[in-house]
Design a protein around this ligand. Structure first.
Ligand code: CA
Length: 463
């Protein structure tokens, strides 16, 4: 049986709109573009909860966070549950994870289903990072993105060539605090990166959650993020622009290093003569605000943080230059890999294999809407817990804040609120039309569909 290798490359907080294959206005990513040009680009791939650990748990298990137990950053992953790595390992794949894990350590939280694992403790460091290699601490000298790539290349080169492999190569970059490598430290130095169209959003016309969020470029970036004191005498507007340039340039420098290192991996596959036999995936655990709405960070169900970049190359089944508009979710990744490996997808997995979509065939009855839930009410960044529904044309969001019983922690408890965006007219989500009588029928219909999707996902409404 000729089963493909699977090289799954995932970065942390890399928004699709910072990749040139997704039409970035602010940077170029030639090596990532190679994957899209020689394979397929998904334009509607979404995470089910826009935050690190939960998205990682969803990818490993193929189920939503209320079922895999990692609803928040504080939840430890229970490695006794079914994961894609375990199933592939049981069926003869060589399996490894190298880089960011971020699902807890020790006991049942260490990586399971991997023949080899070498992961960063917690968030890990950009320079001279410590790793945990099969339970043993060790330190490497150098820059984290290079090191993760070096170890990945080493592991692939040293593999058993009689069996297929599954490697999860998980970068820390471009996660906060956005520390670039030496090679790219001066990139963009003499340029001004354009500000996004919603940079000066004043949050009017949205639920209170938008204004309450603590992730503003002008107010909430700290010295560690900016690395320099601002020049004196700037107006408020100038200072905000200065901060954005500091932030976005470092972010894009981290991305440039990832792009280089993805190029190294692709070259290695060519050198090894296994490019045709290897499925290469590039994605990120979720999206990110790149000054959009005046923000950095993620968490919201808004487009910039909901959307995941997802590009896949596999010459044997995917024709070059495809674009797929059908909806894909992070819980689909595990079933997809199992499908390619010829392993039955457990009925307990909620995601669906994307294999037919890779060939541009959309199966009958494929989803036309998706369910999302963010659980970390008023934790860091002050984002309200919410759940919602996205269809191709609309997005409905419910902030159930004061139903949570957590409101004694805030001075100013908010009542639950709804948002509806007409994405056909308002792709930037600046205008909440939930109370507009013209959308009354749409609200009724989407509310029903949200209930149905929530039930289907085996989640429960609040309160
Ligand atoms: Ca992340």
């Amino acid at each position: 049986m000729n089963r493909p290798n699977i090289l799954f490359i995932m970065s942390d907080d890399h928004a699709a709109h910072a990749m040139s294959c997704y039409g970035s206005r602010i940077n170029r990513t030639p090596n990532l573009d190679r994957i899209a040009d020689e394979g397929i680009r998904y334009d509607n791939c979404f995470c089910t909860n826009s935050i690190c650990a939960p998205s990682r748990a969803a990818i490993l298990t193929g189920v939503y966070n209320h079922l895999n137990g990692v609803k928040t950053l504080g939840d430890r992953f229970d490695g006794r549950q079914t994961t894609v790595s375990k199933l592939l390992q049981q069926e003869g794949y060589q399996t490894a994870i190298i880089g960011k894990w971020h699902l807890g350590h020790g006991g049942d939280s260490d990586p399971t289903g991997f023949d080899y694992w070498n992961v960063l403790p917690g968030q890990g460091d950009y320079y001279d990072p410590e790793f945990i290699e099969m339970g043993e601490q060790r330190r490497y000298e150098g820059y984290v993105t290079d090191i993760i790539t070096d170890r990945s290349i080493e592991w692939i080169e040293g593999r058993d060539r009689t069996r297929p492999f599954f490697l999860m190569c998980h970068h820390k970059a471009p996660h906060r605090p956005w520390i670039p490598d030496q090679k790219h430290a001066h990139l963009y130095e003499d340029e001004t990166i354009p500000e996004p169209p919603t940079f000066d959003d004043d949050y009017s016309g949205r639920a209170a959650a938008a204004e309450a969020a603590i992730m503003r470029i002008d107010r909430d970036l700290n010295k560690r993020d900016l690395k320099l004191d601002p020049p004196e005498g700037l107006t408020e507007k100038e200072l905000k622009s200065w901060k954005y340039q500091r932030y976005i340039k470092d972010y894009l420098r981290c991305v440039a290093s990832i792009d280089d290192n993805v190029g190294r991996l692709l070259d290695m596959l060519d050198e090894q003569g296994i490019a045709d036999d290897t499925i290469v995936v590039y994605t990120s655990d979720q999206g990110f605000f790149l000054g959009d709405h005046g923000w950095f960070d993620k968490r919201f169900m808004y487009e910039e943080s909901l959307r995941m970049p997802f590009i896949v190359r596999y010459p044997k089944e995917i024709r070059a230059g495809r674009v797929q508009e059908a909806m894909a979710l992070n819980i689909d990744f595990a079933p997809t890999f199992l499908d390619y490996a010829g392993i039955p997808v457990p009925g307990s997995m909620q995601g669906k294999s994307l294999r037919l979509l890779m060939r541009s065939e959309v199966p009958d009855g494929w989803r036309t809407s998706m369910y999302y839930r963010y659980w970390m009410h008023l934790s860091e960044h002050g984002v309200y817990a919410h759940y919602g529904l996205r269809t191709h044309d609309y997005k409905l969001i419910y902030y159930y804040a004061d139903a949570l019983g957590a409101t004694d922690a805030i001075d100013d408890p908010k009542t639950p609120e709804w948002e509806l965006f007409d994405l056909r007219k308002d792709s930037s989500e600046m205008n909440n039309v939930y109370s507009d009588p013209a959308y009354a029928d749409t609200v009724r219909q989407l509310t029903g569909e949200l209930q149905l999707k929530q039930l289907e996902a085996e989640d429960t409404p609040y309160p």
